[in-house]
Design a protein around this ligand. Sequence first.
Ligand code: SF4
Length: 645
Amino acid sequence: MANSSTSSRGLAGTTLRINLSTGEIKRYPTDEKLMREWFGGRGAIAKILYDEVPRDADPLGPENLFIMSAGVMSGCFIPAGAKIGFGSISPLTNGHGDSNMGGHLGPTLKFAGYDMVIMSGISPKPVYLFIDDDTVELRDASQYWGMGSLACEPAMKKDLGEDFEIATIGPAGENGIRFSCITHDFGRQAGRTGQGAVMGSKKLKAIAIRGTCGINVHNLDKLTEQVTAIIKRTQTHPNMAPWQKYGTAFFIEWSNDNAVIPTRNFQTTYFEDIKGISGDALVERCLITHKACFGCWMNCGKYTKAVLPGKETVYLEGPEYETGALCGSNLGMTDINQVAYLNWLMDNVGMDTMSGGGVVAFAMECFQRGLITTDDLEGHTLNWGSVEDTEHFVDMVVHRRGIGEYFAGGTKRAAEKIGRGSEKFAMQVKGQEMSGYDGRYAPGMLLSYMTCDIGAHHNRSWTITVDMAEGRDKVEGRAKVVVYLQHIRPLFDCWCICRLFWGELDIEPEEIVESLNLITGWNIDAAEAFKTSEKIWNLVRCHYLERNKANGRTFDYPPARSWEDKIPTGPSAGKGLTKEQIETMLDEYYACRGWDNDGNPSREVLHDLKLDFAADNIEKIGLLGKPLPNGIPAVRGERYKPKAF
Ligand code: SF4
């Protein structure tokens, strides 16, 4: 069997390289040095993309790579070791992109004997990647091409067997919509940065894996002891019961109560009809049963149905918080069945519900302001709260009809085409649409969006509770917490374990690193883990500068609504940040990272992180940070333990 022996524990042992243009499939021993120095998952993906993709490569062209990596902890004998990471140059941001998903695909890839699959080129015809332990083939996918993601997965299982784990793209990915996602397990998505569009550009419709081997770990006895203690302790953690009952939809009302929920394209932060789309509404009106990923009993997944008059009843997983906010209040939807229906619609066409919700909301505000009209919409309207209007508009986008072509590239590209002041309310940073929190009166969250390495995404540093706890008028000091969170949270994406379980149940970093050591036989401490994460962050920043060729600060601003429009309604009416406050946060952030005030990493910090090669590269294009008068800070980021909410 493929994974019968490997010296580094936690790994399956083999990496696949597949040239989709020629159909050539090669096997290599997994590069253990790469896994150790870059922690697998997101880190290994970042290093390979940096080393191998030409700086001028088109994200949707043959030179871009499409990588999946299951890291060193996925599939091991631990709770929620369920993740798999995908990465490529993002067609949405034109920088490093990565996204991950739960379910069962990551563990199964390793059970089949593989840690990583690196794909290049473009297939001459639609194919799917078939992995059945030692058998690895590219198979004809013409019978599946054009199918929705949620329809394709059961069709493939019917053809191949229920014990195959399947990941697919939908028509959005096939048509190169830049915010397309990858779907697996009927509702787990790698949603952000347009990984589905990269799959589509490579004519790769799906991935089907069956694996029957196990993963060796370094010290099973001690790992069992440690995991048993974690299991016992987390059972009674106060966050466990709400996650189990509602999933992250638990936060919908919390966000509204705290006036941070994006409403009608972030025009305001308080939604008067919140009860209709809340976690309670989900459980009472849509829930069929709870659902969990591999090795997890937190079962935050909600298997649901959406029942709307005049529409066929549809079945889905969700909506979780982000979809509830971005396809709910942000579109003016007042009924959870509407939100669930749009969740299903976007999942099936293969569109990230977060960017998808952001794009539709932006278009709705353009319609509200008369910047697009029924003439642009094939005679349809695009009104807040209308499922019919949304469904028609999504169809225009997915099939790039008429003005749908503008929106196929996301809000930033659409605003560039529409103009007339629309850039101000295109709610994105670096081309990626904002997550489901309005940062106008949540400064840490806004800074998180601004500085996130993959564009405006909450997951790298979820700072909203910090804002609530530390004061929403205060911007000073927020940067060091954002930097700390940007180091700890991406570690879960490196090791391919679930952040919700390992990050939100008070499992300390030292304990997580102990599990890592017991699995791998490494001997690292939390300080080394943070420093490696910082190294990955800086490499990704250099990569972004090298591809986009301007000072980093240029790309770190949110749209002007973030400082020009005070919040108009709700408990935070009249509140908002000034441009000066935003500049202060950026100044502090760069200083904290050891970057110069243009947002470019200094040689000192890159040397400290053993990234001299990246310093040389950004120096060649004139983007190496200026020397720092007082040298780099000894500690970048300040450890922060969020208070309970
Ligand atoms: Fe999956 Fe939720 Fe468990 Fe995480 S907490 S592994 S997302 S079920």
